[in-house]
Design a protein around this ligand. Sequence first.
Ligand code: SAH
Length: 456
Amino acid sequence: MSRALPVNKNDFIDVIFEDLTHDGAGVAKVEGYPLFIPNGLPGEKAKVKVIKVNKSYGIGRLIELYERSPYRVDIPDSEKPKYGGCQLEHISYEGQLKYKENQVRQVLTRIGKLEDVTVHPILGMDNPSHYRNKAQVPVGEKDGKLVAGFFKPRSHEIVDMDESVIQLPEVNEAVQTTKEICSQFGIPAYNEETHKGVLRHIMARYGKQTGELMVVLITRTPEIPHKKELIEELIVRLPKVKSIVHNVNSKRTNVILGEKTNLLWGSEVIYDYIGDVKFAISALSFYQVNPVQTKVLYDKALEYADLDGEESVIDAYCGIGTISLFLAQKARKVFGVEVVPEAIEDARSNAALNGMTNAEFAVGEAEVVIPKWYKEGNKADVLVVDPPRKGCDEALLQTIIDMKPRKVVYVSCNPATLARDLRILEDGGYKTLEVQPVDMFPMTTHVECVAQLILK
Ligand code: SAH
């Protein structure tokens, strides 16, 4: 028989929060048994209701706060941030930075067993709101008008979002105005349940450095009613618009973009700069969403790569080549590897756009392509990795250990897998000198880091 749990479902209990989970929920312990409670902050005393019990942890709801954390800030609607993707909006920015920096320090010690690495104070934003250059919001109907915002959790209901605190004002305005215009012309919203209706999502992208705006209408139907008038109205009411694109997604799916894309007006792409490097952004391209902090992150990666113009550099998991082109400004040659073929096409055209001839790109899995290069006798002096959340493949880490590049720069969006991979590289002959956390996504729980390793 299993041991009885210290709490039961529907119990009301008093707790003190000790920590935050990586999703930003408060953690309280009852006789060692952890309870996760959204909206609780470390140090706070509260009454909570237990709503679910599992073998190793429980879930609760905050009922009454007895003692408030100095980092708590009041927000207009405490429900919205969670499903609007702003899980940390109820924490002051100072508190958010402290939480993220602590998280990095903790996992480097606990998972990475890295005791003597310098972890720098996290680089935050001077103004941590209204930073996102892109929005893609689902469209629904309420009281005969269009609403656009986000899905309520576990429902088909769309909550109208008047203004997102994390999106650039130009992006908020583009979404609002497009929604109003479509409403005015009586364009029906798509309905997920019945798979009827027209407008599924509105997407807006904005080049912060160039002031160029793109609006993408994503519909179920191949035709948009009142197309001509709609375009005319968009151009008049959104003076910054340079590109209006139509994407058709006729499938029953929660994937946002469909297979067919056609240009309704203006240019196929908008442009933006990160530092001195220019990028073309199409409706489908991946592009970093926080341009200000992207520059901070890439500058740090470039500093850690410490290039003098003679090096051969490999950029693994290169996406559309943003880091590769940044490095190519200072290296003899850069080789980028990425698994998505369209991203590599973008990387090549971005290299051409900047007149850079010292960057080459290959499609494939980093853990396959780089070992092959190594076997063929192609080595790098400096190797940069920027893997997805699951971290680097072991075969790639082993190739790095065999290839012995003088320096490794590890850009990471998940401190836990960063710590795991740094331990493997340490055991294989590398030393982690410094780790720099960078806050790329204020108000959310995401933490980005860049680490510098040298061959021992
Ligand atoms: N460095 C880029 C993108 C990093 S995101 C930037 O800063 O913009 C991680 C990228 O790794 C994604 O583009 C993803 O498509 C790619 N990827 C995922 N698994 C991969 C693998 N096994 N080999 C190569 N690329 C991979």
